[in-house]
Design a protein around this ligand. Structure first.
Ligand SMILES: Nc1ncnc2c1ncn2[C@@H]1O[C@H](COP(=O)(O)OP(=O)(O)OP(=O)(O)O)[C@@H](O)[C@H]1O
Ligand SMILES: [Mg+2]
Length: 364
């Protein structure tokens, strides 16, 4: 699909990067880097929060490389445990293990002359990190149960939403592998830190859905746009894109206003749990109604305080079971983990109380 509407893509030639909205200075510098390095075979490590566009960027790098006519092979390192990962990545010979009834090429071999995209690379087990490093160093691999070394020529683009340098410091990720992977480090900023791009993204997605669904175009009122710009987008561009799809499909008229936002997106003040003036039961989370009457604060701050309060409440209700708490909050466990770290929430599973370290209530 190609969208070349003037203005949507900033100053980068739109043909070069269809589907990739480039408007913020940050994205322009990312694209400049791509143009500079894509054709070289150096390995690239892309870091960034969930939904910031890491996989899309990896695909663009592949398309801009001399390997574009060869396969782009994605592997999610987070979903496969040790041995399964090994056989998925390196392949196996007949009889290598019970159930190995066919000779199978691994992802590595499938990516020969192309690009191997290692998603969630921080999740590779220590043993597989060693196996992996060996292939990178030797330029050849052995299938499981195989004797013959097989030459592979693969460019690696890895992605992580963890701070891989920190994983190295913590001893969970091999330093030598880290340096091999991040010859060129690239970082994608969270959407809240490039929020000048939000109006463009909103219009881009709305237009795109109008084409896909062959339904009347809609726009967003300026008031609603203000809200979208000030929102902190924990799920980043994916989050925005999904919301726009939903808003587009649910739209009653040509303009989406604040009132049209789904309730679970608009964070309204909940029923007060304590009477004003009463002490909050959460030491680190001031009650939502603690603002003096008539006072106003930035929406983002208010939302963060509410988020924190609700997370603490959910953890308390579930006795600290994160998976259950995430379910109650209707967010992914990974998102909950991220938010708990943003808000410095520590919750011991056995304990009844949440220990919120920071008194600030907001991340960073
Ligand atoms: N600059 C952009 N312009 C247009 N669409 C984008 C842009 N960046 C990301 N997207 C869209 O946002 C969604 C999420 O992107 P992507 O899957 O690449 O994120 P990710 O960083 O890999 O997320 P995760 O860490 O959760 O896997 C995709 O649908 C992608 O097409
Ligand atoms: Mg991804």
């Amino acid at each position: 699909m190609r969208h070349h509407k003037a203005g949507l893509h900033g100053q980068i030639e739109p043909d070069l990067f269809p589907e990739f909205v480039v408007v913020s200075e940050h994205m322009r510098s990312v694209i400049r880097t791509v143009q500079q390095i894509a054709r070289f075979d150096a390995n690239i490590l892309i870091s960034g929060e969930s939904g910031t566009g890491k996989e899309l960027l990896a695909r663009i790098i592949h398309q801009k490389s001399n390997r574009r006519d060869k396969p782009f092979v994605p592997v999610n390192c987070g979903t496969l445990s040790g041995e399964l990962f090994e056989s998925k990545l390196f392949g196996h010979e007949i009889g290598a293990f019970t159930g190995a009834i066919r000779q199978t090429k691994g992802r590595f071999e499938q990516a020969h002359l192309g690009t191997l995209f290692l998603d969630e690379v921080s999740e590779i087990s220590p043993l597989n990190q060693v196996n992996f490093l060996r292939v990178l160093e030797d330029g050849c691999l052995r299938r499981i149960g195989g004797e013959v070394p097989i030459k592979v020529d693969v460019r690696i683009v890895a992605a992580t939403n963890k701070d891989l340098a920190m994983e190295v410091d913590a001893g969970r990720f091999r330093k030598d592998l880290y340096y091999r992977l991040q010859v060129i480090p690239m970082n994608l900023l969270p959407l809240r830190k490039r929020n000048e791009a939000i109006p463009h993204l909103v219009n881009y997605f709305l237009e795109r859905f109008a084409k896909i669904y062959q339904k009347q175009r809609v726009t967003v009122s300026s008031e609603a746009m203000e809200y979208l710009i000030s929102y902190d987008w924990p799920g980043n561009i994916r989050h925005l894109k999904n919301l726009m799809e939903r808003m587009f499909l649910m739209a009653q008229g040509p303009v989406i206003g604040l009132d049209d936002f789904p309730e679970d997106f608009m964070v309204a003040a909940p029923e007060p749990v304590e009477k004003p003036g009463q002490e909050s039961s959460d030491p680190g989370a001031p009650p939502f109604n603690s603002l003096p009457p008539g006072a106003v604060e930035p929406l983002r701050k208010a939302r963060q305080r509410l988020e924190k309060t609700l997370i603490l409440r959910a953890l308390e209700m579930t006795g600290g079971q994160r998976a259950r708490a995430a379910e109650l909050l209707e967010i992914k466990p990974r998102t909950l983990r991220q938010k708990m770290s943003d808000y410095s929430i520590e919750f011991r599973r056995t304990g009844k109380r949440a220990l919120a370290k920071s008194q600030e209530g907001g991340p960073r």
